[in-house]
Design a protein around this ligand. Structure first.
Ligand code: GRF
Length: 193
């Protein structure tokens, strides 16, 4: 059984889809929700689903051990970032080399990097008069939104689109694809062993 930890700090709509997808899975289990924001929606989802949570302390995350030991003790094999805004510290990237996936609400390498999250991304896409946007699922390395891209899906930006309408369309695509891509990546990992 591969055990996943989902790192999320927002409403957790992607986390909810991922939990649902793997609910009765034979080889994958969502075992932990990691969050840096007390009161975040994702924590209520975890409570409802009876999944253990880990609330990160900033100081410890960045200057200490990045919770590597704690994740190891909990026998976590794979990390999924779904709306987690802190940069992943080097020791965590190294400990989970090629075992961390992130989802980004645009077509990387465009519209990524520090400060490029949520509505900032969609506003930038509209200001630049892009004709398409979409989602990117990628491995995490030490730079923001930079690791190897595993999957992208796009859709046209209409003249009538607003940052809000793009956010909605992006979320729909994320929910459609993220759980399945995680499953694929995990099954490739299994086959490599
Ligand atoms: C998603 O749009 C994702 O691309 C970004 O953060 C958002 C999280 O949304 N990294 P939710 O909390 O899963 O609804």
């Amino acid at each position: 059984m591969k055990q996943i930890a989902i790192f999320a700090s927002g409403t957790g709509s992607n986390a909810a889809r991922i939990i649902d997808h793997f609910r009765h899975h034979a080889a994958v289990k969502v075992s932990l929700i990691v969050c840096n924001k007390p009161g975040a929606g994702v924590l209520s989802i975890a409570e409802k689903e009876q999944i253990p949570t880990l609330l990160l302390e900033k100081e410890r995350f960045f200057r200490g051990d990045a919770y590597v030991e704690e994740l190891r003790e909990r026998k976590i094999d794979f990390l999924v970032l779904a709306g987690f805004l802190w940069k992943i510290p080097t020791n965590l990237v190294k400990a989970f080399n090629q075992r961390i996936l992130n989802i980004h609400p645009a077509l990387l390498p465009k519209y990524g990097g520090k400060g490029m999250y949520g509505h900032f991304v969609h506003e930038a896409v509209i200001s630049a008069k892009e004709t398409e946007t979409g989602i990117s699922i990628h491995y995490v390395d030490e730079l923001y939104d930079h690791g190897q891209i595993v999957f992208q899906a796009s859709f046209p930006v209409e003249a009538t689109d607003t940052p809000e309408s793009l956010a909605q369309k992006v979320h729909k695509l994320e929910h459609e694809h993220f759980p399945g891509i995680i499953e694929q990546v995990l099954s490739n990992l299994q086959n490599q062993r």
